[in-house]
Write a protein that binds this ligand. Structure first.
Ligand SMILES: [Zn+2]
Length: 108
């Protein structure tokens, strides 16, 4: 078990809310992020939480999506699928060129 000085750290990232452990002698350890931090005897949960940072989920700016796009003459619907940022369309033009106006009409 490695110990760290609580006062010397800026923040601790952890999904779980922090807690502290107190031994029989009144010594407290802040327990965050799977680590134990040596803390002052009277440290409070509020003080520990002040340095606690909840990790944000890694944001992917690309969303998988399915778009229905009308053909230019309005007679057909094409399906543009976006998976991992790769767009594809079920029209014949896309089948040949790997590009079409339906795919280009999707900007997201
Ligand atoms: Zn298309």
């Amino acid at each position: 078990m490695s110990e760290f000085e609580w006062d010397q750290i800026d923040q601790v990232v952890d999904v779980y809310p922090p807690t502290y452990y107190e031994n029989a002698k009144g010594q407290r350890w802040a327990v965050v992020g799977g680590k134990w931090y040596t803390a002052k005897p009277n440290i409070t949960l509020e003080e520990i939480r002040a340095k606690w940072v909840k990790p944000s989920r890694p944001k992917s700016n690309i969303k998988d999506a399915i778009h229905s796009v009308k053909s230019s003459d309005g007679s057909k619907m094409y399906t543009v699928t976006v998976v991992n940022g790769i767009k594809s369309c079920n029209c014949t033009g896309f089948g040949f060129r790997r590009d079409c106006k339906h795919v280009r009409s999707i900007t997201a």
